[in-house]
Design a protein around this ligand. Structure first.
Ligand code: URA
Length: 266
């Protein structure tokens, strides 16, 4: 299949930077929130530098294990994830790690812990533009393995399993605390079904990430911090739990990238 790489100085329309800005980086760390990019770039690695800020895409470069690593926000939901991935692929990115937030649906998982998603239920629209519904949304074995090893190394409270990726925060995640309080019939009772099937968490990006990456030939992994416990309520827990999960996520992502860079250099 012919691939359409960007030229060195072509500024990509949505992310607002060029291949030259990546300084040879092939790995990207992808939080959803643009506000998390700079702190992540500073805490993950050394010599962080600003690249660009355009729409929902804020981008910084950092350095881990002596190699440049891109940190770029994806915005919320599948469409903006896929746009970002298309442009990163054109600039030579070959491995990505999503650093997100999530709501657990399992009793035994708690806020402040982390979930490494190995696959996702495709409750989104974007992934269906890249592959038929029967195609699985699966993480890269290599990237997921690196995340798990790093989680063990830093003694993080982690869980590995399947996400339910929804295009909506309220109805698709069967939340009733919305403006109307109504959840369409198609989603009523779905949380208990996902629980029984052993899915771990609700979030909004990994199915689009995994399927789009598969279609583009990018290896993808995802590590999410737990900020809601749906067996106890629908709200988001206090910020201290988010901060706790984020510190684990940073240690895990750094360790995983060190491992991936080492493997690549052998
Ligand atoms: N993100 C989600 O999509 N759902 C949650 O419950 C928490 C974070």
């Amino acid at each position: 299949m012919e691939k359409h790489y960007a030229s060195e100085n072509e500024v990509l329309y949505h992310v607002g930077f060029s291949r030259a800005d990546l300084k040879g980086a092939t790995i990207a760390v992808l939080p959803g929130d643009p506000g998390r990019v700079e702190p992540l770039a500073r805490q993950l690695g050394v010599e962080p530098s600003f690249i660009a800020c355009h729409r929902e895409y804020t981008s910084w470069l950092t350095h881990i294990a002596g190699r440049p690593v891109l940190v770029c926000s994806t915005g919320m939901g599948g469409p903006s994830v896929a746009i970002c991935l298309e442009e990163l692929a054109r600039m030579g990115i070959t491995q990505v790690i999503r650093v997100g937030t999530t709501g657990t649906i399992q009793e035994y998982i708690n806020p402040g812990e982390v979930i490494i998603n190995k696959a996702s239920v495709r409750l989104d629209g974007t992934s269906h533009h890249y592959a038929p519904a029967s195609f699985p949304a699966v993480a890269s074995f290599t990237v997921t393995g690196a995340l798990v090893e790093a989680a063990k190394d830093c003694r993080a409270p982690y869980h590995v399993g399947i996400a339910v990726s929804s295009d909506t925060f309220w109805p698709g995640q069967e939340r009733y605390d919305s403006f109307t309080g109504y959840v369409p019939k198609a989603f009523q009772g779905t949380m208990v079904e996902w629980q029984r099937l052993g899915a771990l968490n609700y979030e909004m990006e990994t199915s689009a990430l995994f399927v789009t990456c598969q279609a583009l030939g990018i290896k993808a992994g995802a590590v999410c911090g737990v900020v809601a416990k749906r067996t106890e309520g629908e709200g988001i827990v206090p910020k201290e739990k988010y901060d706790q999960a984020l510190q684990y996520q940073i240690a895990i992502v750094r360790g995983a990238i060190e491992h991936l860079e080492k493997v690549a250099s052998i």
